[in-house]
Ligand binder design. Structure first.
Ligand code: UT7
Length: 330
C-alpha cells in the first residue's frame, strides 16, 4: 500500500543572501562557495517565525489538494528549528490551517525529517482508515541557529517550508529509515545547559569543544558529514528499492536532500544513475534541512518535470546521523 500526494505548497522568505553578501562579514568568496557546494544564494527568514512559513506552505498544499482542512486527520510537522520547545509546530499549524479534526505532533529527524514523516503518514493512513488525509509540513529557519562567524557552516543553509497533503492509495511504495547515532557528534546544536555529570557520556565523545560550544548554534564537522552523506544517499535508495525488487533504472526522478552538489554527484556516480535524473535546487535555496526534499519535489512538479505515474526516489540524510529513502509513484 502506498500514498497519493494530492497537493504540495511552499513558502520561501523574500529576503535572500547571495554568496557575495557573506564577504561582508566572513573571509569567503563566491567562487569557493559555488564550486565547493553548488550554492549561489539562499532565502533567509526575516520577521517570519518557523510556524508562519509552515502555515503558508500548508495552506497552499491544502488548496492545491482541493480538500476541506476539517477532513485532515493528522498533522505532522518536521523541524529541527522550532520556535518553541512547546507547543509543537504541528499544533500551531493544525490551528492556523483550520485542521480542526486532526491530531498533531512534531517529528525531528533533522534533514531526513520529510522522508521520516511521509513514511509515518503512510503508516497512519494504513492502520487507521478513518484518517482520510495527512498534512506533512516541513518548516525550517536554520539561519537562527547558525554561527555566522563559522565560514564552514553558515554559507550552507537557507530557510523555507514545504508541505504535502497525502491520502491512502494502492500505488507503488517502499521505504527504509536508518540512523547512526555514533555520528551525532558531527552535526549538533545544544539546546540546554546540562549538568556536567549528565553531559559526560555521549558528549565526551562528541567533539572536544562540546562543553564550550554555545547553546542554539550549529556545530559541524563538514568532512565527516560529507563522508557519511555520500554513503547514506545510495544506501537509502538501495535499502528501499531492495524491498520491492526494483532498480535505479526503474526510477524517473531522484529527489535527494540538498546539501552539497558534490555529495549529490558522488551519490549519482555510486548508484550508476545519470545526474539529469536528479532534481537539484541547491543553487537558489541552499540547504533548508527537512524542507529541502519537498521544496525540490514541489518545484519539479510545478515545472512539469515530475508527472503523474512516474516513479520517484526521495533520499535523505542529516543530523543524527539519520538517513532514509522512499520510493513512490507520483
Ligand atoms: O544537512 C547536512 C548538512 N551538512 C553538510 O551536508 C556538510 C557536508 N560537508 C560539506 O559540504 C563540505 O565538507 C563543506 C562544504 C562544509 C566544506 O568543503 P570541503 O571541500 O570539505 O572543505 P574543507 O572543510 O576541507 O576546507 C578546505 C579549505 C579550508 O582552508 P585550509 O585549511 O585548506 O586553508 C577551509 O578553512 O576551505 C576553507 N573554507 C572556506 N574558504 C572560503 C571553509 N569554508 C570556507 C568558505 N570560504 N566559506
Amino acid at each position: 500500500m502506498g500514498i497519493n500526494i494530492l497537493g504540495m505548497g511552499k513558502y520561501v522568505p523574500e529576503q535572500v543572501l547571495t554568496n557575495d553578501d557573506f564577504t561582508r562579514f566572513i573571509e569567503t568568496n563566491d567562487e569557493w562557495i559555488r564550486t565547493r557546494t553548488g550554492i549561489v544564494s539562499r532565502p533567509m527568514a526575516g520577521w517570519e517565525p518557523t510556524w508562519y512559513m509552515g502555515k503558508k506552505a500548508s495552506l497552499e498544499a491544502i488548496e492545491k489538494a482541493g480538500i476541506d482542512p476539517a477532513e485532515i486527520g493528522l498533522v505532522i510537522s518536521t523541524t529541527a528549528t522550532a520556535d518553541f520547545h512547546t507547543p509543537s509546530m504541528a499544533s500551531v499549524i493544525q490551528y492556523e490551517t483550520g485542521a480542526v479534526n486532526a491530531g498533531a505532533f512534531d517529528l525531528n529527524a533533522a534533514c531526513t525529517g520529510f522522508v521520516y514523516a511521509l513514511d509515518v503518514a503512510r503508516r497512519f493512513l494504513e492502520t487507521d482508515r478513518t484518517i482520510k488525509y495527512v498534512l506533512v509540513s516541513a518548516n525550517e529557519s536554520l539561519s537562527r541557529f547558525l554561527d555566522f562567524t563559522d565560514r564552514g557552516s553558515c554559507i550552507l543553509f537557507g530557510d523555507g517550508a514545504a508541505a504535502a497533503v497525502v491520502e491512502y492509495s494502492d500505488k507503488l511504495y517502499s521505504s527504509a529509515l536508518g540512523s547512526d547515532g555514533s555520528g551525532g557528534k558531527y552535526l549538533y546544536a545544544r539546546a540546554m545547559q546540562v549538568a556536567p555529570e549528565i553531559a559526560q557520556d555521549p558528549p565526551a565523545d562528541f567533539t572536544s569543544d562540546f562543553e564550550d560550544s554555545p547553546l542554539h548554534k550549529l556545530r559541524q564537522n563538514g568532512k565527516e558529514v560529507y563522508k557519511f552523506a555520500t554513503q547514506a544517499l545510495p544506501k537509502s535508495f538501495e535499502l528501499a528499492a531492495g524491498k520491492i525488487g526494483i532498480t535505479k533504472d526503474d526510477i524517473d526522478w531522484f529527489i535527494p536532500h540538498q546539501a552539497n552538489i558534490r555529495i549529490i554527484e558522488t551519490a549519482a556516480k555510486k548508484l550508476g544513475a545519470p545526474m539529469d535524473k536528479f532534481i537539484t535546487t541547491l543553487d537558489h535555496y541552499g540547504n533548508t534541512s527537512s524542507a529541502s526534499i519537498p521544496l525540490a519535489l514541489g518545484e519539479a512538479i510545478e515545472k512539469g518535470l515530475v508527472q503523474r505515474g512516474q516513479k520517484l526516489a526521495l533520499i535523505g540524510f542529516g543530523s543524527g546521523l539519520t538517513y532514509g529513502g522512499i520510493i513512490l509513484e507520483y
